[in-house]
Design a protein around this ligand. Sequence first.
Ligand SMILES: CSCCC(=O)C(=O)COP(=O)(O)O
Ligand SMILES: [Mg+2]
Length: 245
Amino acid sequence: MPLRETVILLDIEGTITSISFVKDTLFPYVAAALKNYVDKYWNDETFQQDLELLRAQAALDSNIEGFVPICTGNNEKESVINNVLWQMSKDRKNTALKQLQGHIWREGYESGLLKGHLYEDVLPVLTKLISMGKQIYTYSSGSTTAQEYLFQYSMYGDVSHMFVNYFDTKMGPKSSETSYKNIANRIFVNCHDILFLTDVLAEAEAAKRAGCSSALLVRPGNAPLDPKQSSKFKIMKTLDELLEV
Ligand SMILES: CSCCC(=O)C(=O)COP(=O)(O)O
Ligand SMILES: [Mg+2]
């Protein structure tokens, strides 16, 4: 069946980028750079805004087992670092953590140390989809800043021109149907016109509840999908399957 939807909304990690790039390259970069970053940028407005978000998140997290608080006074910087490392150990996806990570990756990308990973089918298929008049957007837990860097400094050079825009958790959590409605409203289309591609069943289900079409990607290294639960979705190994008629 030819693709009916006019908007292709892409998850990033596990869908067009490998989970291994995020877990084995991006996250360790943050863990290694964090202390220097906090020392260097402590008084910068951007860092102070990130810190405000981290504090607000910490206030919500205080009931979680093993919670690492952010304190004031002499140990403030150290407590911020420990809070961020604790959140990362749990692979948390809140806006506060994701925003800070995105800012920390900037120097890594700009210095050439980091190159955004993309599966080899991604750019050829997106090029074809764009030539068919489709609009390509992303929706990731990674901040829009982090997404921009990944595409601007990708292993294939700057490919950011392929994307109309990027969305992150400021639209809401990816497992909430409201988030997909928010995105549709923001880009002035009906959910019905959006095809959302992801590696996470709960995200595909949320998009479907909102009225979007959705399909699941199984990439090497992704967590296995429950065959029973995922049977209501098209399951693809690569994006090439979008072009099959
Ligand atoms: C977009 S680069 C950073 C990746 C990241 O931090 C992340 O949480 C990706 O999650 P996704 O929603 O793209 O699976
Ligand atoms: Mg994903």
